[in-house]
Each structure stands twice: as structure tokens, then as C-alpha cells.
Design a binder for this molecule. Structure first.
Ligand code: ATP
Ligand code: MG
Ligand code: MG
Length: 170
């Protein structure tokens, strides 16, 4: 059993709905059927600035899938929510699901890098990680609460009425 943290982001269509739908899909594959999700944040886009603001969150769940199987599932969920692959990096998308952490594992392959390459530099990832788990230490990188004040900020603002919650499959 491995504890996985997944970053969710959307800046096209009904952004919050895309993330809510993704959380239901993730609960279907989570081992105990339960996913815990951080508060939602609205954030300035990374990369090209001529695109809408993002909604971002991070969720955590336990899984028996191996990390490559989990990545394939994340990409499947992105696709069913209209994500087109092969577009410019960091361009608008209805859904981005990135595997941030997989237990204590460190993986560097062409298809998959864990911890995620951007994890230490992005406030829209570190803030929700710290909300979920203030004591979290990123293997080989450091404590989220140490990294957060030093990273790039992306003007993140917490969305009203989108506090931390748990999603459980029926
Ligand atoms: P970034 O990864 O910088 O946030 P992005 O999310 O826009 O950028 P994508 O287009 O979603 O990038 O993914 C590009 C490729 O990254 C994927 O095809 C996937 O194989 C690879 N990848 C490597 N490590 C990871 C990871 N930890 N989580 C998700 N995808 C990953
Ligand atoms: Mg991403
Ligand atoms: Mg991605």
C-alpha cells in the first residue's frame, strides 16, 4: 500500500466541476475508496500568460497500483475530461493530474519523475500539500513548510466555500 499525492489543476470550462469529477474518479481507484482533498485555490497561470487563471488543489489517497499504472489512470481521467495531448507545454487544459509523491519512492524515468519535478517551486502545489499534511517531508527535497515561503508565489487565493473535504465512493 502506498500513499499518493496528486495535484489537480484546471483552467478551461467549469474548473471546479472538472476537479470535483476527477476526485470521484480517483475515489473509484483509491484502495479504501476514500480521497482527501485540500482546499481549492485560484492561481495565476504558469508559462504563457494569455490564458485563464487556474483552479488548483491536491489530494491524497492510498493505492496498490504501481506508480506507472497510477500515471496511466491519471492520463485516462484527463482524457475523459477532454484533455488533448501534444499541445504546447503549460497551455490551457480542462484537467491536469500530476503525481506529486508516491510513498517515499524516488523515480526518474522518461515517462515518470517522482517526486514531481516542479514540486519544490510551485506555491499552488506546496500550499495545498501543507494544508493536507503540515509535517510532510518530500523525499530528497525537504519539508513543505520550509519550501513554501521560498518558492515562486503565483498569486494564489483560497476559494470561498471550498475547504478541505473527504470523498468516499458508495
Ligand atoms: P508539468 O509536469 O511541468 O506540471 P504538465 O503537467 O503540463 O507540466 P503534461 O503535459 O501533463 O505536463 O505531462 C507531460 C508528461 O510528463 C506526461 O506525458 C508524463 O509522462 C510526464 N510525467 C513525468 N513525471 C510525471 C508525474 N510525476 N506526473 C505526471 N506526469 C508526469
Ligand atoms: Mg502539471
Ligand atoms: Mg501534467
Amino acid at each position: 500500500m502506498n500513499r499518493s499525492y496528486v495535484a489537480l489543476g484546471s483552467n478551461l470550462g467549469d474548473r471546479e466541476q472538472h476537479i470535483d469529477d476527477a476526485l470521484i474518479e480517483l475515489a473509484l481507484l483509491a484502495h479504501y475508496g476514500t480521497v482527501r482533498c485540500s482546499p481549492f485555490y485560484e492561481t495565476d497561470p504558469m508559462g504563457p500568460q494569455n490564458q485563464p487563471a487556474y483552479v488548483n488543489a491536491v489530494c491524497v489517497f492510498d493505492t496498490t497500483l504501481d506508480p506507472f499504472e497510477l500515471l496511466a489512470e491519471l492520463q485516462r481521467i484527463e482524457s475523459i475530461q477532454g484533455r488533448q495531448r501534444g499541445r504546447e507545454r503549460w497551455s490551457s487544459r480542462p484537467l491536469d493530474l500530476d503525481l506529486l509523491l508516491y510513498g517515499q519512492r524516488r523515480i526518474v524515468t522518461e515517462r515518470l519523475t517522482v517526486p514531481h519535478v516542479g514540486i519544490a517551486e510551485r506555491s499552488f502545489v506546496l500550499q495545498p500539500l501543507a494544508d493536507l499534511d503540515p509535517g510532510l517531508v518530500i523525499p530528497g527535497v525537504g519539508a513543505v513548510t520550509d519550501l513554501l515561503p521560498r518558492c515562486q508565489q503565483f498569486g494564489i487565493r483560497r476559494l470561498h466555500l471550498r475547504d478541505e473535504k473527504s470523498i468516499h465512493r458508495d
